[in-house]
Design a protein around this ligand. Structure first.
Ligand SMILES: O=C1C[C@@H](O)[C@H](O)[C@@H](O)C1=O
Ligand SMILES: [Co+2]
Length: 301
């Protein structure tokens, strides 16, 4: 069948604008029903699973009422800390949940040594760099995850992420080179690579054939500069307004979207903007993102 982006690409928005798994106190009054109904109002087709979501039966029931789907769910991987066998047991449980909610991808991030939740480390300068032995172990473990995920009809979408062992393009290049393309796909996150490397197109162009999931996160350059100058933590930076929804910050999503469709990308594009919901009303920002996507990327009036 001919490629048709209007059918082959699904648009979602992540719960992170409503409630943040890294800081559970943020947005704690926004419940599941409120979140899912806001997503319908804003015109998205689905979301990712948040830490506060219920089990599959209740979740599937609430999704069906609103004709929404689950795109995937974050998995905090600890291959280096726990070893491949123990980490794989946890990953297999994750895949069982994803299968029960009909999600196509597992969003994987190696969290050993991460400074993402640190309340003191400078997110712009203090990340950990793996040695050769650690690199080999992570790549081996991720290939193993690929085998597990395949049993459940799910793909591994590896998330390069600020403050983690795989953050930069150089690190993502090494990961892609040392894992099996049939087992390990890439999650391309505009916001994380823009803050890490500045250039957010090269990573996409280099690995477009591995991309199985996409996060659209915009960056406010003035807030990024301020956060960098003040040496803020990851949480401090997003509470300072570093991230926002597409169309509200300084990244240009047109070449990103063009690159994806020029290469026949099939899958989800999920808007993901962590902000303080008390300052950035989640529904208002979801509507803003959808308007930008419709008008600027899809050419709708
Ligand atoms: O995909 C993501 C999941 C979050 O937990 C994370 O902190 C955020 O920055 C992100 O990109
Ligand atoms: Co992301």
């Amino acid at each position: 069948m001919a490629y048709d982006p209007s059918k082959d690409i699904k648009w979602g928005i992540a719960p992170i604008g409503w409630r943040n798994d890294d800081i559970p106190s943020i947005g704690k009054d926004n419940n599941l029903q409120q979140l899912l109904s806001d997503i319908v109002v804003a015109g998205f087709q689905g979301t990712e699973v948040g830490g506060f979501f219920p089990g599959p039966d209740k979740l599937n029931y609430e999704l069906k009422l609103r004709n929404l789907q689950i795109a995937g769910q974050w998995f905090s991987s600890f291959i280096l800390r726990d070893g491949i066998d123990k980490a794989s047991e946890a990953f297999e449980k994750h895949c069982q949940f994803l299968k029960a909610v009909h999600a196509p991808v597992a969003v994987v991030s190696e969290q050993t040594h991460t400074i993402q939740q640190s309340d003191s480390k400078n997110i712009f300068t203090d990340k950990y760099h793996m040695n050769d032995e650690e690199w080999d172990k992570v790549c081996e473990g991720l290939n193993h995850y690929g085998d597990i995920a395949a049993k459940y009809g799910i793909k591994v979408a590896y998330h390069h992420h600020m403050g983690t062992v795989i953050q930069t393009k150089e690190e993502t290049d090494r990961l892609m080179a040392n894992t099996d393309p049939k087992k390990v796909g890439l999650l391309y996150d505009t916001g994380h690579i823009a803050v890490s490397d500045g250039d957010y197109m090269s990573l996409l162009k280099a690995h477009i054939d591995r991309v199985v999931h996409v996060h659209f996160k915009d960056v406010r350059f003035d807030k990024e500069k301020d956060s960098r100058e003040r040496g803020l933590t990851f949480q401090g930076s997003f509470l300072n307004g570093m991230f926002t929804v597409p169309g509200d910050g300084n990244l240009d999503f047109k070449p990103v979207y063009k690159e994806l469709i020029d290469h026949g990308y099939k899958g989800w594009i999920v808007v993901e903007a962590e902000q303080d919901p008390d300052k950035a009303n989640p529904l208002e920002y979801a509507l803003k993102a959808k308007k930008y996507i419709d008008q600027e990327l899809l050419g709708k009036n």
